[in-house]
Design a protein around this ligand. Structure first.
Ligand code: MG
Length: 384
């Protein structure tokens, strides 16, 4: 029987790559739902090719275009955020790929897990926002989360067949982004285009800025905590500019397992779709002789204060990681629109975290309220 798949964010980087993986996989996969924010042209093309039951389009005027474009195709078109939330809670799928960007991905992940649907999770913000709630819900319904983030896919693979109590620590690798060696005194002048120019990975804008500030690595520390249940002290970061080792696990006898591969997000996407199999693929093999050298450096907390903020948030627990995440989302959007400096990003995050009313075990409603509050707080701080 075909494996039924729902893809949220199908016109974005993860969504398009997921469809590319499905095209080349020699397996029976059926695309049942698609969602997009506003790219009507692309989702109409996708819908005509993959024939899903329904598509959800967030932006209202784009949704109208999609309705017109798919008239007579017997594919339902759902509108707005409600449409997205509606398809994310349907239980007639085997796997939901969450390729949404930012905090907006949290509720769809939670909806799928509630419905007992396994989630291939690219939207790390889901766990940073609501890891506690998602994990508790997962325990009730038996839904599983398969990481799509390359580092967490690596840790997942390294842990296969191992006992968690034998692990001393996990080591997330990060390329260091475009500003690893830039003169720190010039960080104030970093432009949007410079920050969008990632040396190794080709990704969407939001995560590319997160990679430039290295908040991406900070969010990944929090994501790793909720996926694998390690404490902040057991999760380390090492800078590895070649992005060949995707992450490592160190055991109590000092044995270290690393997972390597070409830096192509299709690899972890495919593994999440075919787990526990490593299916044949058409992309380039890893040529270690060509790579030549693998090098490693200490993380630099002065250069990348977002890393320290993320560790602090994880240690303080409760609502702090959610506020960190929402503040970061909003600071990044403001930077992309040229309203703030690159160096304002960590400053705004720190201020927002410090100002919020902390709750130890927030429920969903409290998290959504806090999301509005933090969004407003950053807006006011930017306008001040
Ligand atoms: Mg990653």
């Amino acid at each position: 029987m075909a494996k039924r798949i729902s893809i949220l964010g199908s016109t974005g980087s993860i969504g398009v790559n997921t469809l590319n993986v499905i095209d080349q996989l020699d397996e029976d996969l059926e695309v049942v739902y698609l969602s997009a924010y506003q790219n009507s042209k692309k989702i109409i093309e996708q819908a005509k090719k993959y024939r899903p039951q329904a598509v959800a389009v967030i932006n209202d005027s784009s949704a109208v275009d999609v309705k017109d474009g798919l008239a007579g195709e017997s594919i339902d078109v759902l509108m707005g955020r409600e449409g997205l939330l509606e398809i994310s809670q349907r239980d007639d799928v085997d796997l939901l790929m969450n390729g949404l960007v930012g905090s907006s991905g949290m509720e769809p992940t939670l909806n799928a897990v509630k419905a007992g649907v396994d989630v291939a999770l690219s939207n790390k913000e889901s766990l940073v926002m609501a890891g506690d709630i998602i994990n508790k819900t997962k325990e009730k319904t038996g839904a599983r989360i398969y990481p799509v983030d390359s580092e967490h896919s690596a840790i997942w693979q390294c842990l296969t067949g191992e006992k968690l109590e034998d692990v001393r620590r996990i080591i997330l690798t990060g390329s260091g982004g475009p500003f690893r060696t830039r003169d720190l005194k010039t960080f104030f002048d970093i432009t949007v285009n410079e920050a969008l120019n990632h040396p190794n990975w080709n990704m969407g804008h939001k995560i590319t800025i997160d990679s430039a500030t290295m908040m991406n690595k900070g969010l990944e520390v929090i994501e790793a905590h909720w996926l694998f249940n390690f404490s902040a002290d057991q999760i380390d970061i090492i800078v590895h500019p070649q992005s060949i080792i995707h992450s490592m696990v160190e055991f109590k006898d000092s044995s270290v397992k690393a997972q390597m591969g070409v830096p192509d997000m299709k690899v972890p996407i495919q593994y999440a779709l075919t787990y526990p199999h490593h299916a044949a693929a058409t992309w380039d093999e890893l040529d270690l002789v060509q790579v030549g050298q693998l090098t490693f450096e200490e993380k630099d907390l002065d250069r990348f204060p977002c890393i320290g903020l993320a560790y602090e948030a994880l240690r303080s627990g409760g609502t702090t990681t959610a506020v960190l995440n929402v503040a970061n989302d909003n600071a990044v959007y403001n930077f992309l629109e040229d309203r703030i400096k690159f160096t304002d990003i960590p400053r705004l995050i720190e201020e927002t975290c410090a100002a919020h009313d902390w709750i130890e075990h927030p429920n969903l409603e409290e998290l959504l309220k806090l999301e509005l509050w933090a969004t407003e707080f950053v807006r006011n701080a930017v306008e001040a």
